[in-house]
Structures are given as structure tokens and as C-alpha cells.
Design a protein around this ligand. Structure first.
Ligand SMILES: NC(=O)c1ccc[n+]([C@@H]2O[C@H](COP(=O)([O-])OP(=O)(O)OC[C@H]3O[C@@H](n4cnc5c(N)ncnc54)[C@H](O)[C@@H]3O)[C@@H](O)[C@H]2O)c1
Ligand SMILES: O=P(O)(O)OC[C@H](O)CO
Length: 348
């Protein structure tokens, strides 16, 4: 069946967190302006929760603002929050997956057999799935569950900055160039510049692996070791990211890590301004676990780097490769094995 690029796309978002809401706002603006190509209503699935005694979806639909995950930013009156996943995706032929990576499996299982052939999907999720000693990017996981093609979008994209229309770049990884162009038309604005690449693997892995390096960068900040130490951790981290991708995901393009926003630029912004960095900084001297700090500091938003470190460790252990990735391993050991952060230089 040919790719669905000629007819109108009706877009639904699976996810409504900090990034999900920022992206909903961009997409909502674009579908209105580009209504030849897109249906102008954007449905957004919300994992329902109470907000000050009311349902969060009700509040979002009344105020056109995600008061919990992206407060102070108008999403547009054409974004409709929907708590029922199947209703949210009903009739849509373009699905944007943007939920924390730990929830992808359970969410996709509910969609199995329910998504029409020819639907296009794109994953904005930063993480990897490790199962039965195998590792997968989420575009593959989504394709496997839903039976539809799935591209990837990733880049130096701190949601709160994108939501304020500060200039950002991103990368779309998509093997079909016509489909890639249509995704770019959906996301691109003057302030949100989209590059297109065929390297779905590199685009996905850059976003997933930098989260672990950002934890290490945050530890350095918490230790107050300064900029040279942080730059060293980022350099070593980037090399591990690239090595890991090339070793375990044949076909990944090494250039993606240095040329695309999804590579080094995302690493930089995350190591200076991301949530993984912030929570890791607070970890130093706190006597608290990352789980506790996530709950205390992020108001329901989710860390990706700590769990990714665990998943990578499981995978590397199964492959007998733990010692080849000392920085990834160190982050795992700090988060789960009680290794002291200030021992980092002895390990990397
Ligand atoms: N926030 C950013 O700056 C940013 C930027 C780029 C990419 N990303 C990536 O996008 C993905 C989504 O991040 P986010 O910032 O939108 O989410 P988030 O960190 O704000 O997570 C909160 C969201 O998770 C939902 N949630 C909680 N429990 C759930 C469950 N059981 N099932 C499904 N959903 C549940 C909440 O309802 C809420 O919508 C992540 O992989 C993240 O790395 C985030
Ligand atoms: O806040 P973080 O650490 O989850 O990073 C957010 C984005 O991935 C930055 O591009």
C-alpha cells in the first residue's frame, strides 16, 4: 500500500506531558494554517488524573492549557484532550507518540489491532526497550505492535523553550522521503526548524542515550567540579553513545551524532538545561533516591535517564560488554548500586 501522503492527515497525539503539550501547541497552530493538508482538530490522549478536585482533561478543555504539565501556555482551541485512548485515536491517520518511554508497552498493547492500515506514526519518545536480551528503538516497538510505519523525531528540544517559541532545531528520521516531508510540514515553524534524515536509528538513539550522559553531567554539577569536568564527561559520553549505536544497531549513521540536532546538540542542551541533569545535581548529598527526587522535584514529569541506564546495563551484562561502556555503567552503579558519584574519575 502506498504511503498516505496525498490525502488530509487527521492528527492525534498519544501523550500530553511537558513535551506532548508543547508539541500539541505547535501542531495545533500548523494544522489551522495548513488546512489543505491537515484536519484542523487535534486530539490529545491524556492519561487521566485529578487536578485540584477536577479531571485534568476537563480543565485542559476548558482553559485550553495543560495546567499541570505546561502551565501558562495556551495550546490552542483546536486541541481536544481525551482520556479514552481508543476515542483519542479514532479516525486519525497520523499518530504522534509522546509519552515517557516506560509507558509505551502498556499503551501500545491497548492499540493492537485497532489502527487502520496506511496510518502513519512518529515517535517523539526518548528511550530504548530492552526485552529478552534484545534492544529496540521505539519506532520499531510501535511498528511491531500497531503494524504501521513509524518515523522518529528528536533534537535539542527542551519543551518549555519550544513552548515559548525560542528558536530550536530538530531532526525527523524517516525512510520514506514523501512521508518525511509531510511530517516536517506538520511540525515546522519559523522558530522550530526541522531537518530530515533517513537515519531513524541514529535519530532515536541520540535522544535515548544522551539522557544517561545528562545524569552524569548533573552529578558533576552537584559535585561542583566545574566546566572542564563536565565537558570531559560529555565528550566521553558522546563517544559511548556513538559506539553503542554502531555496535548494536547496524546501519546507524555515525554522522548523525555530530551533524544533527538529534545528536550532539541534544546532548549539550540536556547536559545544561534538562530534567535529568537537574535531578542528578540534587542527588548529590541529598541522601535520597532518584525516585524520591523525581517525585519531589518534577510534579508528575518523568526522568528517562535513570531507567535507561538500568536497561542499558541489563543489555550490556547479557552481552558481556559492561566494561566497554564505563560511563553508562557508572551512572547505573550510582543510581542502583550505591557507588559514590565522586569516584567517577576512577571509572571512566
Ligand atoms: N519534556 C521535554 O523537554 C522533552 C523534550 C523532548 C523529548 N522528550 C521526551 O518525550 C517523552 C515524553 O515526555 P514528556 O515531557 O511529554 O512527559 P512528562 O515527563 O511530562 O511525563 C508526564 C506524562 O506522563 C503521563 N503518564 C503518567 N503515568 C502514565 C501511564 N501509566 N501511562 C501513560 N502516561 C502516563 C502523565 O499523564 C503525563 O502526561 C519522553 O520520552 C521524553 O524524554 C521530552
Ligand atoms: O529534560 P530532559 O533531561 O528529559 O531532556 C529534555 C529533552 O530531551 C531535551 O532535548
Amino acid at each position: 500500500m502506498p504511503a498516505n501522503t496525498s490525502g488530509k492527515w487527521k492528527v492525534a497525539l498519544v501523550g500530553s506531558g511537558n513535551w506532548g503539550s508543547a508539541i500539541a501547541r505547535l501542531v495545533a497552530k500548523n494544522v489551522k494554517e495548513r488546512s489543505d493538508d491537515f484536519d484542523t482538530e487535534v486530539r490529545m490522549w491524556c492519561y487521566e488524573e485529578d487536578y485540584e478536585g477536577r479531571k485534568l482533561t476537563e480543565v485542559i478543555n476548558e482553559k485550553h492549557e495543560n495546567v499541570k504539565y505546561l502551565p501558562g501556555i495556551s495550546l490552542g482551541d483546536n486541541v481536544v484532550a481525551e482520556p479514552d485512548l481508543l476515542k483519542a485515536v479514532e479516525g486519525a491517520n497520523a499518530l504522534i507518540f509522546v509519552i515517557p518511554h516506560q509507558f509505551i508497552q502498556q499503551t501500545c498493547r491497548q492499540l493492537e489491532g485497532k489502527i487502520p492500515e496506511g496510518t502513519q506514526a512518529i515517535s517523539l519518545v526518548k528511550g530504548v526497550e530492552v526485552k529478552d536480551k534484545e534492544i529496540h528503538i521505539f519506532s520499531e516497538v510501535i511498528k511491531e505492535h500497531l503494524g504501521v510505519e513509524c518515523a522518529a523525531l528528536s533534537g535539542a528540544n527542551i519543551a518549555n523553550e519550544v513552548a515559548k517559541d525560542s528558536f530550536s532545531e530538530t531532526t525527523i528520521g524517516c525512510r520514506d522521503i514523501e512521508v518525511a516531508k509531510k511530517w516536517a510540514r506538520l511540525f515546522e515553524t519559523e522558530k522550530f526548524r526541522v531537518a530530515v534524515s533517513k537515519d531513524v536509528l541514529g535519530v532515536s538513539l541520540g535522544g535515548a542515550l544522551k539522557n544517561v550522559v545528562a545524569i552524569a553531567a548533573g552529578l558533576i554539577d552537584g559535585l561542583q567540579w566545574g566546566n572542564n569536568a563536565k565537558a570531559a564527561v560529555m565528550r566521553i559520553g558522546l563517544l559511548e553513545m556513538k559506539k553503542f549505536a554502531l555496535e548494536f544497531f547496524p546501519g546507524t549513521e555515525a554522522e548523525t551524532f555530530v551533524q544533527e540536532s538529534a545528536g550532539v546538540a541534544d546532548l549539550i542542551t540536556s547536559c545544561f538545561g534538562g530534567r535529568n541533569r537537574k535531578v542528578a545535581e540534587a542527588f548529590i548529598g541529598s541522601g535520597k533516591t532518584f525516585d524520591q527526587l523525581e517525585k519531589e522535584m518534577l510534579n508528575g514529569q518523568k526522568l528517562q535517564g535513570v531507567e535507561t541506564a538500568k536497561e542499558l546495563h541489563e543489555f550490556l551484562k547479557a552481552r558481556g560488554k559492561v566494561n566497554d561502556y564505563p560511563l553508562f555503567t557508572f551512572v547505573y552503579n550510582v543510581a542502583y548500586e550505591g557507588v559514590k558519584p565522586d569516584e567517577i574519575t576512577a571509572h571512566i
